[in-house]
Write a protein of this length. Sequence first.
Length: 353
Amino acid sequence: MNLTHRQSIIFEFIKNNKNVSSGGISDYVSKKIDEVNRVTIIRDLDFLLKNNVIRKVGKGRATKYQEKIDNKLLAFFDVENYFSQNVDKRKDVKKAFNFEVFDYFNIPIISVEEKIRLDVLNVDYKKRVQKLSPTVLKKEFERLTIELSWKSSQIEGNTYSLIDTEILIKENKEAKKYSKEETQMILNHKKALDYIFAHKNTFKTVNLAKIEDVHKMLVDNMGVKINIRNSLVGITGTNYRPLDNAFQIKEAVEKLNKYINKKNVHPLEKALLMIIFISYIQPFEDGNKRTGRLIGNAILIAHGYCPLSYRSVESDEYKKAVLLFYEQNSLRYFKELFMEQFEFSVYNYFGVV
């Protein structure tokens, strides 16, 4: 969701002042930019209310507006405005790993309404899969493998085109214009995905060993150390620094796995949290985001849900969503992208809706 400049000013004013009236908002906005009439302010407030970033309390002249946060992990940030600021100018950045994020897991990340809507889509996906012949099903998994390998690698800076990725995976023909490392990254995705598709039930529960197995496949022959790191890693474009010792890294991964393995946690929520938290914890020297994406898909497949290819996501937006979680522990934008990509995959693979 993108806000206009005026809506962004209104939201920040409400966020910083807790309980504010429409009159107070109007006065503030008129001082910050050109004078605005009450009807326009009310229209902007209605937009913010509709998108669940603010709430209205009281009635009539006593009506006040507040920021709406049911779960601190879902706090709203105007992404465009946030990343328009220089990395060193952003406010209230969390520069170290925050163990308190695990305390917010007891409040659902995906709402009941969202789960129902996505489950309805997934029921249709399952019906279509059941109707496919083994040959067609294999081809669809191959298509998803190609497109996921391409996009997941692109997010990491790989320059392989989708067409060259297809030729590499289908015909094992390496395009000479790419580096050996880029080629290996694509092939490693295929190897890891082949393993996941062949061992669907393995990932109904997750543990460190299973995560390490997938990571090992993804970084094979790329000069990356395997197993839990025991040193500091820096991340380009942010002042956030992950944990720097194996003991705390293992503790964080165990906390994540303990929650994800609970039977009452929805599979989509399991996958979403695995993807973003492996990226946040950074348990390995390199390959963390790739590992998160593939383990997330492994969880979905194990529970009968459509895997994601990420084909239509913009790489820059994906990176912004991850950085926003690093710096502000806000999962909201990443959740939006995740749900969009789930819907995209349901509508674009395994038969036509």
